[in-house]
Ligand binder design. Structure first.
Ligand code: ZN
Length: 168
């Protein structure tokens, strides 16, 4: 019989604004979503490895680490592509402001990839778990999924910080 693989999935929610640079339709306008993220984690060693209690990891740790990061950096922020100079100029003009500069256009696909490759390894790394799949839901009907295609690799993409002017 094949051995089991155990994984946890935690849902995380936040609100953010964005626009899609170069989009041919109305996604080029500033707008926002009530985002939902599903993050799936497995033990570093994979398989059915669990701790003495029988857990891959405690759910509350995934919540506190990942939602903590999302609250600080993406929640109530505008996510802006670094090449979108016009949108960056706009979010820098308003006060107070909170925005996050993305290395890619902030599509659900690229947000999922950023969470999987850049954020999760940094914030979950010491827990002995690996995020292997992240889904980003923009609506109740549509999500984008990023999944590890092989063993986790160290991303060379920098983990950016939100820019907050007049924090509240
Ligand atoms: Zn959108």
């Amino acid at each position: 019989m094949a051995a089991s693989t155990l994984a946890l999935v935690r849902q995380l929610r936040f609100c953010a604004g964005h626009r899609l640079h170069g989009h041919e339709g109305r996604c080029a306008y500033f707008h926002g979503h009530n985002y939902r993220v599903d993050i799936e984690v497995v033990a570093d060693g994979g398989g059915s490895e669990v701790d003495a209690v029988g857990r891959v990891v405690d759910f509350s740790l995934i919540k506190s680490r990942m939602l903590g990061w999302l609250d600080q950096h993406w929640d109530h922020a505008f996510l802006i592509f670094e090449d979108d100079a016009n949108a960056l100029a706009a979010v820098r003009l308003v006060e107070p402001t909170k925005y996050f500069v993305m290395p890619w256009n902030p599509t659900a696909e690229n947000m999922a990839r950023y969470l999987l490759e850049v954020v999760a390894p940094r914030v979950l790394g010491d827990l002995g778990v690996v995020a292997r799949r992240v889904a980003v839901w923009e609506t109740d009907e549509a999500c984008a999924v990023a999944a590890l295609a092989g063993p986790p690799i160290d991303s060379d993409i920098a983990l950016e910080s939100a820019v907050v002017v007049d924090e509240r």
